[in-house]
Design a protein around this ligand. Structure first.
Ligand code: NAG
Ligand code: NAG
Ligand code: NAG
Ligand code: NAG
Ligand code: NAG
Ligand code: NAG
Length: 437
């Protein structure tokens, strides 16, 4: 008779104890981790790849290169978006070195992240498509359970053309790619295949207009996307605009002409269509991100790279409007004139520009929607998390880089709750407590 209540008490005490242990463990890990940007990234951070986790308010920064002399590196950094972050502070305590690095130095990686399971919704598996900036054949890396990972491994890559013929030693140089992604929802199936996928377009220096699809079996294949295709190019930029569309723009046509045509690839129809207006200016080595209004009533494509005139332009693709030049306020701080070859993502109504040329570590732009449908932008010296940021976040859904607000309504993210229960289950096993009695 006494067993049950006692058992309950033992369990409650064990839980409390474990909670303390978990907290202490985290404190120790944080104290030990070197803070600030890794040494190579401080030298120059060109073409990193980012996995942005809106729920955990973290961004993992994978690899990069130094331009002179050309050097790729294996560094991985973590940006903790729950803290104040001063962009220009290389020693910022919000930045740490990850407990793992790439097995091979690389940059311009194409990241893919997938939430493993509905019940364990903070378990993210990551695949990185590489070899596109180093002149060699494509290769792939994988990270199992990103938040708890101790290593990045090399995994075998398979490549095929649109008819399924295997392509050994496939070389794709500097394609259009998004440097940043968010995790796909668990079990999300994807058009043109059963797994979620990310896309890259074109080639350098033999320019091409093949759309490449990379999925979590580390398979790359050419997509046969109809007869209307964007013209061949290298160094363009792409982003997942929403669950239906991938956007492509910019790049160099191989004859030293930069491009400004804007295209959307529809994942369901498997067709490309050209947007009614081009960019205001031609760009290459550009990057794209998506900003969604807080009330989710509209999304805007943000385009940056190559030129300072304007440094940033934006367009709501559903409006049919032409892109607009962003006016960037310098009241708080003077940002760089332009940034190229960076990676960027939107978090908490701020655009985070990671790396790039001219040499930059982190630059931050605050975005403020105006009543007339335009957006106002301002460089900020220090990002200060808003009160609402991070409470109430939902699982990421479709690989877009928009951060998202709202739904579980508990004030503590489901990820944190699950994290505690995983720790508990593992701890129970270690302590030899048999929960079945
Ligand atoms: C973050 O910055 C804000 C605004 O400057 C300040 O009020 C707050 O104390 C800072 N938080 C930390 C932890 O430094
Ligand atoms: C891309 O360009 C490189 C360099 O010219 C070439 O070796 C490679 O075969 C090209 N790849 C494709 C898919 O066209
Ligand atoms: C692009 O590369 C693919 C794969 O090598 C090839 O089949 C295709 O003909 C190329 N396209 C152009 C426009 O060169
Ligand atoms: C590039 O220039 C060559 C030689 O003038 C020409 O044959 C080719 O069509 C041009 N390609 C593009 C994409 O303009
Ligand atoms: C993408 O996913 C987010 C979050 O799940 C959702 O709010 C948004 O509507 C999705 N976009 C589309 C076009 O389905
Ligand atoms: C959290 O979500 C609930 C339910 O959707 C909403 O009412 C509340 O305003 C949200 N809180 C914040 C801080 O966004």
């Amino acid at each position: 008779m006494l067993r049950r209540p006692l058992h309950g008490l033992v369990r409650a005490v064990t839980l409390a104890l474990l909670a303390v242990l978990v907290v202490q463990h985290h404190a120790i890990v944080e104290a030990e981790a070197a803070t600030g940007w890794p040494a190579n990234m401080r030298t120059q951070l060109v073409a990193p790849a980012i996995v942005y986790l809106p729920r955990e308010r973290k961004a993992y920064v994978f690899g990069g290169r130094i331009l002179t002399p050309l050097t790729h590196y294996t560094d991985v950094a973590i940006i903790d978006l729950a803290h104040n972050i001063t962009g220009a502070d290389a020693d910022s305590s919000a930045i740490s070195t990850a407990p793992f690095s790439l097995p091979i130095a690389d940059s311009s990686l194409v990241p893919l992240a997938v939430t493993r399971d509905k019940a364990l919704n903070d378990v993210y598996d990551v695949w990185l498509l590489g070899g596109m900036a180093t002149g060699g054949p494509l290769r792939a890396f994988a990270v199992n359970d990103l938040l708890r990972a101790k290593e990045v491994t090399s995994v075998g890559l398979t490549a095929s053309d649109a008819s399924g013929q295997s392509l050994g030693g496939l070389i794709v140089g500097h394609p259009g790619r998004s440097g940043a992604t968010t995790p796909f929802a668990p079990g999300a199936s994807n058009q043109l295949g059963t797994d979620p996928a990310v896309y890259a377009f074109g080639n350098w220096s033999t320019v091409n207009n093949t759309l490449w699809r990379f999925d979590k079996s580390a398979a790359v294949r050419a997509v046969a996307a109809g007869t209307t295709l964007p013209p061949p190019r290298g160094f363009s930029c792409m982003v997942r605009y929403d669950s239906l569309r991938v956007v492509l723009t910019g790049g160099n046509n191989g004859n030293n002409t930069r491009l400004k045509d804007l295209w959307t690839y529809n994942l369901v129809a498997n067709t490309w269509s050209q947007y009614s207006s081009p960019l205001l200016v031609a760009r290459d080595d550009c990057q794209l991100a998506v900003y969604q209004l807080p009330d989710k009533s509209a999304s805007y494509l943000l385009i940056m790279g190559y030129t300072s005139n304007p440094a940033l332009e934006y367009v709501n693709l559903d409006s049919g409007d032409a892109p607009r030049a962003a006016v960037l306020s310098t009241a708080d701080t003077q940002g760089p004139e332009s940034v190229s070859a960076h990676a960027m993502f939107v978090h908490d109504s701020h655009l985070f520009l990671v790396g790039g040329v001219p040499t930059a570590l982190l630059n931050i732009i605050k975005i403020a929607p105006q009543n007339d449908g335009t957006l106002a932008f301002a460089w900020v010296k220090t990002y200060v998390p808003s009160a609402a940021a991070g409470t109430n976040t939902t699982a990421a859904g479709n690989g877009t880089t928009t951060d998202r607000a709202a739904t579980d309504g508990t004030g503590i993210s489901a990820g944190a709750v699950v994290g505690i229960s995983i720790g508990t289950v593992a701890g129970m096993g270690l302590l030899g407590i048999d929960d079945s009695t």
